[in-house]
Design a protein around this ligand. Structure first.
Ligand code: FES
Length: 115
């Protein structure tokens, strides 16, 4: 006879970082969290939460606080724009995509999932 676990098929939840309550992150707000030591900017935009590495791929300037419009965040240093949903660089001087992270809302709380 073999031993069996009480929950043999329970998936291992991915590591996640708590960002804050939905009520504390209204549309248009931004904040920063550390995910595995990596700074990540979380943007609340049109009812969705987006998480991108908080480093512009041009010269490493933080994206936090950059203007957000048309689904893009603008680096305040030289004006590169990155698509929130994909991290793709949409305007020069940046050409490389910025790393993105998944977000999750559960019980009114926002989380970023570690990759
Ligand atoms: S550092 Fe972001 S555009 Fe130059």
């Amino acid at each position: 006879m073999s031993l069996s676990s009480s929950s043999p098929s329970a998936p291992t939840p991915p590591e996640r970082v708590h960002v804050g309550a939905v009520t504390a992150l209204p549309d248009g707000s931004q904040t920063e969290v550390l995910v595995g030591g990596v700074p990540v900017v979380v943007v609340s935009y049109e009812g969705q939460y987006y998480a991108l590495r908080n480093n512009c791929t041009h010269k490493d300037f933080p994206l936090l606080g950059g203007d957000v419009s048309m689904g893009r965040i603008t680096c305040a240093k030289h004006g590169a724009k990155f698509e929130l949903a994909t991290g793709k660089a949409k305007t020069l001087p940046a050409v490389k995509a910025v790393q993105i992270f998944k977000t999750l809302v559960e019980d009114g709380e926002v989380y970023v999932l570690a990759l």
